[in-house]
Design a protein around this ligand. Sequence first.
Ligand code: SF4
Length: 178
Amino acid sequence: MKIFNQLKDHIGLVPNPISDKTRQIHARINDASMSISVCPYCAVGCSQLVYTKDGKIIDIEGNYESPINGGTLCPKGAATWGLLHSPTRITTVKYRAPYSDHWEERSLDWAMERIAQRVKQTRDAHYEERDEHGMTVNRTLAIGHFGGATLDNEENYLIKKLFTAGLGIVAVENQARI
Ligand code: SF4
C-alpha cells in the first residue's frame, strides 16, 4: 500500500481514474421509451423490446423476460431495425407493364384501382360454381395470393376471409406466424 501511495503521489493517480468524458457516456437507449413487441418474421414468435425516442424507433433487441427467446434473436430477427430503416427499402408502388423490361413508379391509388379491376375481370371470366363432376365448388383457380411473413395475424385473418370465403380463391399461400 505504501508503494501504491508513493506511486500515486508520483504520477498523480486518483482513486477512481474515470475521465469526465467517460462518465458522460451512456447507452443510447438510456432515456428512450420501451415497448414489448413480437418479431414479424417467423412462427417462433420471439419477443422483442422496441426502443423509441422522439417518435422514432432507435433500437430493437430480444426480450430477456420472454420464455420463448430469453433475450436472444436469430440474425434475421436481430436485423428487424433494418426492415424499417434500410435505405434500400422500397416504399413506393413499382409497376412493370407486360413485356416491359423496367419498373415504373405509380401511386398507391392507381395500383389499388388496377388490382381491383383485374381481380374482378379475372374472377368474372373464370368463376366456377360446379366442377366437372357436378360438385358445388364456388371457386376461381385463375387468381392466387402469395403473402409474406411480415403480415400479422389480423391481416392474415382478413386475407383468408376475403380471398377464400369472399372471392373463392383457392391458392392462398403465406409464411404466416399463426
Ligand atoms: S427472431 Fe428469428 S426465430 Fe425468432 S421469430 Fe424472429 S425470425 Fe423467428
